[in-house]
Design a protein around this ligand. Structure first.
Ligand SMILES: Cc1ncc(COP(=O)(O)O)c(C=O)c1O
Ligand SMILES: NCC(=O)CCC(=O)O
Length: 426
């Protein structure tokens, strides 16, 4: 069956035909591709067409798809039982590994998605400080919990509902939003509201409004201001964690948050999230403390096994250096081709995470600059690449990902397709 027939059928029983809006191709037009299976750097659709994948299930598949060690770990765990709802050794092993890899995390709790991780971290920060208001940044996406769907990025931005209906105004009023990379705006707001703010939550590398690295000094300034006003600093590393470096963005930029949220890579493709940080703050969580947070499937043995197998493999020496080199190879190639084709274009990269911009500007660092990019051109580029078997995120507001399974040949094949695409762009 064609993708379009499958999509028609899906829409009969699933809202919009998808279980997460970003999959629906609404940001680029056309019908989504239905995937049958995936291996290494490739997705294969139900018509047996193969694609070089730069979405990687929106981040988790840093080793490529169906890595044999990860699949084996899940199979072995499944033999022993799918869920127990009681403590297991593997949960402790996972917690120890996370605390070792991300030193700012002294204690960590596992959950089942990034959304749960950020929602829980915010509740914890509110409980710990006794304050209700939070600060987030425009275009940052922290999952779909009520407090965080205010001026959000990702699908919320793609579909034009950055502040979603259904979130009570009385709750949204507690979420104050500021421009990303604008330390001065934070400083000004805190002069009047500093003592009412429970936490500042930030993507230390923004990956849900395309890919925007922090400007020098931005994260440092957040740290200083949070210390000054007794505010909990939360780095949402659901995307950047184990992606831009083994120790996440906090390692790359040398800034230590109070709490960190994790997801995606930590589950190796299984539904996992985590939040952790200073032991003193984590001690407020039930059952030690009064802040309630729970989950029937939290710390699920299959998910822990997939995650641990992944963390083991990415801990190998040189893993991130190689991943970064491969990503640079892709971006250098794309920049050269765009230049030859005379198309205004630029890229951002942090480790294995990248952004593509149809814009005259280099070093894009602001939400407003992202919004000013040529989106019509992106849509055209997306479809020209898709036709040639290159699967990019179906939105101009998403980061792209390279995996360890992408070979030099895969990058060259991608660049070949890009050359054809850039020449056809109008
Ligand atoms: C930075 C960030 N935080 C939180 C989330 C929410 O994670 P999930 O989709 O697993 O709920 C995402 C992605 O969705 C994300 O990119
Ligand atoms: N950057 C977008 C995401 O990571 C989320 C994917 C989803 O919501 O399906």
């Amino acid at each position: 069956m064609s993708n379009s027939s499958l999509f028609d059928q899906a829409q009969q029983s699933i809202p919009g035909g998808v279980n997460s809006p970003v999959r629906a191709f609404k940001g680029v037009g056309g019908d989504p591709v239905f995937i049958d299976h995936a291996k290494g750097a490739y997705l294969v659709d139900t018509n047996n067409k193969q694609y070089i994948d730069y979405v990687g299930s929106w981040g988790p598949m840093i080793l490529g798809h169906s890595h044999p060690d990860v699949v084996k770990a899940v199979q072995t765990a499944a033999e022993k039982g799918l869920s127990f709802g009681a403590p297991t050794i593997i949960e402790t092993t996972m917690a120890e590994k996370v605390c070792q890899l991300v030193p700012s995390i002294e204690k960590v709790r596992m959950v089942s998605s990034g959304t749960e991780a950020t929602m829980s971290a915010i509740r914890l920060a509110r409980g710990y400080t006794g304050r209700d208001n939070i600060i987030k940044f425009e275009g940052c996406y922290h999952g779909h919990s009520d407090s965080l769907l205010v001026k959000a990025g990702s699908g919320a931005l793609t579909f034009g509902v950055p502040s979603s209906p259904g979130v009570p105004a009385s709750l949204a009023d507690h979420t104050l939003t500021l421009p990303y990379n604008d330390a001065e705006a934070v400083s000004q707001l805190l002069k009047t509201n500093g003592n009412d703010i429970a936490c500042i939550i930030v993507e230390p590398v923004a990956g849900n409004m395309n890919c925007i690295p922090p400007e020098t000094g931005f994260l440092e300034c957040l740290r200083t201001l949070c210390d000054q006003y007794g505010i909990v600093l939360i780095f949402d590393e659901v995307m950047s964690g184990f992606r831009v470096a083994l120790g996440g963005a906090q390692q790359v930029y040398g800034v230590t948050p109070d709490l960190t949220t994790l997801g995606k890579v930590i589950g190796g493709g299984m539904p996992v999230g985590a939040f952790g940080g200073r032991a003193k703050i984590m001690a407020e969580l039930a059952p030690d403390g009064p802040v309630y947070q729970a989950g029937t499937l939290s710390g699920n043995p299959l998910a822990m096994s997939a995650g641990l197998a992944t963390l083991e493999l990415i801990s190998q020496p040189d893993f991130y250096h190689q991943l970064s080199l491969r990503t640079t190879q892709l971006l250098d190639g794309l920049n050269n081709i765009a230049k030859e084709a005379n198309i205004p274009f630029s890229t951002n990269q942090v480790g294995g995470m990248f952004g593509l911009f149809f814009s005259e500007h280099k070093n894009i660092r602001r939400f407003s600059q992202v919004m000013a990019c040529d989106q019509a051109r992106f849509k055209q580029f997306f479809h020209l690449m898709l036709e040639q078997g290159i699967y990019l995120a179906p939105s101009a507001f998403e980061a792209g990902f390279v995996s360890a399974a992408h070979s030099e040949q895969d990058i060259n094949d991608t660049l070949h397709a890009a050359k054809v695409a850039f020449e056809k762009l109008t």
